[in-house]
Each structure stands twice: as structure tokens, then as C-alpha cells.
Write a protein that binds this ligand. Structure first.
Ligand SMILES: [Zn+2]
Length: 156
């Protein structure tokens, strides 16, 4: 496993649409392992493959407060249901030191495949729903700064 370099805002790859995952074998598992290590090192809540320069529809989101609680690995995710609303602060590992407020659904239902290609469905709410929406946007070339109000540098 290895830590990969995180692509920063301004790199055009972040604006591209990621392609469907068709390989559920060793190569993808290696990418998932590297993404995990990279997310852990960066102390983030989620990471999409495009953020390490790989245009595949894959992201990780932490299950709880930290990566120690485990991560969901979502391959070819589709948000099939949204309800409610939340408005909260977001940041992004590709936009270091900045924060802004974004409106998101409070609950989402997401269909995805696990690393072996097995179909799964997850109902998420609150922070997890927000993280899933943020990462899902990355797969379509959208970065939260496109939607954020009051985008600002970190207060020291
Ligand atoms: Zn992000």
C-alpha cells in the first residue's frame, strides 16, 4: 500500500467525469488500499479516486467520527433517493485550508457495488449523507466550492 498525491483544485482532472468501474480485481483493490492510506494520512472524511488522479467511479467515506471506525468503499454509486435538507460546513482535501457552507439533503439512499462487485444499498443521514453527496459530486467533476456560500480561508 502507498500514499498517493492528492490533486489540488486548478488541476483539470478534477473537472472530468469519472468512468464506471469494470475491474473488481487486484488492480482496483490496490487502488482502494492506497486511497485508504492516503485518506488516513490526510485525516479526511472522504476521498474520491479522481482526487488521486484516477478517473474511476470510486470513493471512500468514513463510517463514524474517524477512519478508525472504518470506511465505506463505494464503487459505481448512484444516489437513488434524497430527502430533507441540511446546511453545514464543508472542506475538501483538494482545496486545503478553505471552508464553506453547502446545502445538502439530510437523508440519501445510495446503491453501489463493493470491491468484489456485489450490489449494496445504504441509507445514510446527517454527516454521512453530506459526505456521500460531496464525494458523489467529485465523480461528476463537481467540487463543493461550486456550491458553497461564504467560502473562506481557515481561521488561525
Ligand atoms: Zn472533496
Amino acid at each position: 500500500m502507498a500514499i498517493r498525491q492528492i490533486v489540488k483544485l486548478g488541476d483539470e482532472v478534477l473537472r472530468k467525469k469519472s468512468f464506471a468501474v469494470t475491474d473488481f480485481g487486484e488492480r482496483t483493490h490496490e487502488l482502494l488500499g492506497d486511497m485508504y492510506d492516503t485518506l488516513k494520512k490526510a485525516n479526511g472524511a472522504g476521498l474520491a479516486a479522481v482526487q488521486v488522479g484516477v478517473l474511476r467511479r470510486i470513493f471512500l467515506v468514513i463510517k463514524g467520527e474517524s477512519i478508525e471506525d472504518g470506511v465505506y468503499e463505494m464503487l459505481n454509486p448512484e444516489i437513488i433517493k434524497e430527502s430533507g435538507e441540511q446546511y453545514g460546513t464543508e472542506g475538501c482535501l483538494s482545496v486545503p485550508g478553505k471552508w464553506g457552507e453547502v446545502k445538502r439533503p439530510y437523508k440519501v439512499t445510495v446503491k453501489y457495488q463493493d470491491r468484489y462487485g456485489k450490489p449494496k444499498t445504504l441509507k445514510a443521514e446527517g454527516f454521512l449523507a453530506k459526505a456521500i453527496c460531496h464525494e458523489y459530486d467529485h465523480l461528476n467533476g463537481v467540487v463543493y466550492v461550486d456550491k458553497a456560500d461564504n467560502l473562506r480561508a481557515e481561521e488561525k
